[in-house]
Design a protein around this ligand. Structure first.
Ligand code: PEP
Ligand code: MN
Length: 363
């Protein structure tokens, strides 16, 4: 068992230890018994999927959309287990859903993005899970709030849930055109840095909202060392009752996973990692030198501040400042650094110098 801050959990060992990445696939929604079973059998045939997903209760943005088949879909999931051997996972949004899933032997539960935003709902689910040993995956909230996402994990952990995982499905953003939900990878990366013992699964389907970029987004997650993928797959995607644009057939799903470059095997990975560590050491050393130089530069700025103060001169001298900016644009070209970066760097250093000199003036 590993410890990190508040959270102390057993990783999803049976899910992720032996096979990494773990792949969860299945339709956005369970629609009919035939659709659920046919999807499962066709996914089984690809040999690329480990867990079967289907939404039974669908939290939809607008009323009138298909809101899921409800409890009658649960026996279909049981049949999937019996006929294919897949463990199955279903989204839960309230205590009643948890109760029903447990009654029908659902193996893994997931909490959807619209539920993670609401601490009352997550707490209700956590309370319903007290004393129950079932793994739970928590999707990121629809808003880019890392603390809320980690908070959801903490609530479940406090309720005694031992096997936890996170699903990165992107963040809703007004005006976003390319993605359905902007990935904002840095938020998931920061999650992994803060709670490394929680496996991170990427859900390219809800990030993309379309088929043509699914593979690239899934690959990016693999390159970022995610632990798994959750991908929506439907036997006849264009006719799906929900999220039609982003679903792919089991066969296309199979090809997609086959074509992905997955992590190197463990030994290879260790070797690559140690080489990477060496290269990073060079960078760390250079960063240290840069910081020392910046510190020396600030000492010099304070000295200049003292001189200006003694001679009644102003701190900020626009002519000199313009010269510096113009010079940095020329230097950017010579050094193959973008002008945007160099100018913002110089501006940041200049702003700090002025602050330092103002301090000297007020002493
Ligand atoms: C889903 O997985 O079908 C779903 C509703 O996802 P999200 O909660 O990410 O919108
Ligand atoms: Mn969906």
């Amino acid at each position: 068992m590993e410890t990190q801050g508040e959270i102390q959990v057993r990783p999803l060992s049976w899910l992720t230890k032996e096979k990494r990445p773990i792949v969860i696939a299945g339709p956005c929604s369970a629609e009919t018994e035939e659709q659920v079973l046919e999807t499962a059998h066709r996914l089984k045939k690809t040999g690329k999927s480990d867990i079967y997903r289907a939404g039974i209760w669908k939290p939809r943005t607008s009323p009138g959309s298909f809101e899921g088949v409800g409890v009658k879909g649960l026996p279909w999931m049981q049949k999937v287990k019996e006929e294919t051997g897949f463990p199955v996972t279903v989204e839960v949004a309230k205590a009643k859903h948890v109760e029903l899933c447990l009654e029908f032997d659902i193996d893994v539960l997931w909490i959807g993005a619209r539920t993670t935003v609401n601490p009352f709902a997550v707490q209700e689910i956590a309370d319903a899970l007290k004393g129950v040993d079932v793994p739970v995956l928590v999707k990121n909230p629809i808003n880019p709030d890392l603390a809320l996402w980690i908070g959801g994990i903490e609530r479940l952990k406090k309720a005694g849930v031992k096997e936890l995982g996170a699903i990165h499905r992107g963040f809703s953003n007004l005006g976003e055109k390319f993605y359905r939900n902007r990935p904002q990878w840095q938020i998931a990366i920061e999650f992994m840095r803060r709670v490394p013992e929680i496996p991170m699964i990427c859900d390219p389907s809800h990030i993309c909202g379309r088929r043509d970029i699914l593979q690239a987004v899934g690959q990016k997650a693999m390159d970022l060392d995610y632990d798994g993928l959750m991908i929506e797959s439907h036997i006849d995607p264009d006719k799906a009752w929900s999220d039609a644009k982003q679903q792919i057939t089991p066969e296309v799903f199979g090809e997609m996973i086959t074509d992905m470059k997955l992590r190197h095997d463990y030994e290879d990975n260790m070797r690559l990692q140690s080489k990477l560590d060496q290269l990073r050491e060079v960078i760390d050393h250079i960063d240290e030198e840069i910081l020392n130089l910046i510190s020396n530069r600030m000492n010099a700025a304070r000295e200049i501040g003292q001189y200006k103060k003694e001679n009644n001169m102003t701190i900020y001298q626009p002519k000199r400042w313009n010269e510096i900016i113009e010079k940095s644009k020329v230097q950017a070209k010579e050094l193959s650094i973008s002008e945007k970066f160099l100018v913002s760097y110089i501006k940041a250093v200049h702003a700090e110098s002025i602050d330092q000199q103002e301090k000297v003036f007020s002493e």
